[in-house]
Design a protein around this ligand. Sequence first.
Ligand code: UDP
Ligand code: MG
Length: 326
Amino acid sequence: MENNQKIAISVVIPAKNEAESLPELCRWIAEVMKKNHFSYEIIVIDDGSTDNSWQVLEEISQENPAVKGIRFSRNYGKSAALHTGFQDVSGEVIITMDADLQDDPEEIPELYKMIKTDGYDLVSGWKQNRQDPLSKTIPTKLFNGVTSLFSGIKLHDFNCGLKAYNAQVVKNIEIYGEMHRYIPVLSKWAGFGRITEKKVKHHPRKYGVTKFGLERFLYGFLDLVSIMFVSKFKKRPMHFFGSLGALSFLTGMGITVYLIIQKIQQLTYKPPLHEIRQITEQPIFYLALVALIMGVQLFLAGFLGEMITMNSTKTNDYVIREKLKL
Ligand code: UDP
Ligand code: MG
């Protein structure tokens, strides 16, 4: 919903079971905003919490009118939460941060300046000194390297929860699935390519536990494939299908011609019977055939599915149970 008066900063916070952290976090943000004379709003998206996060949020909101909330009917994931929050922001600069107090609100003024004054579209936090277990930091390095390589965006830490955006960016990108990891990539492809990073402080988790398991890496990778794929071929699927189809067709033709020549040779020179091997007796023939058909089919299915998802108006169709002041 549109607010008439201009707000400088909207802070968007996805939260799943973060009841202990929320009061401290909101208080801290309010303090920073007050110190720097920013007009602001805080939008917390309760992503299907099973603790009393929503009640806590209602209490905070009573004390501080700038705190607003959106409550999902169940857990839809961080991407869904961010996307939904972005629809309701009215600030000029949007800051996202995690609810767990790992991101530091003191970074907000500098991030704001980088968007507002330096004119960046997106500033991503870089947790150079990351306060998380090794099991998380090592795969993350790999992830960042691959993403950077594929996307051509030079960032050290794509998945940092603390980011700042020009409002236009968040209104024009569509995040679903686990794509919150690739917001800089989506931003670049939407035409908002002034992207940079800022080293940010990172604290160990104070309350609660991490909400992501090992599956994050598999899903993360599959989403990267989707993004690369759709962004490249969505507008010209024939280039993709055409090339693959041609390749497959030529291979088939090649094999057929080879088999015909072989047959003609056999008919012409009539070798002894035991030397003749029927086409259908050669296992590799079937293997090649099956692999070819399977590959084409799989790619087709995946691509079509992805296109349908992207085109569907239902891509981001979440049930919102209630809203606070929005
Ligand atoms: N989160 C969410 N929905 C989810 C999982 C996580 O809204 O399904 C929120 C979570 O409450 C936190 C942020 O996303 O505010 C980052 O999650 P977490 O701190 O568990 O991730 P990590 O820091 O371990 O990468
Ligand atoms: Mg965290």
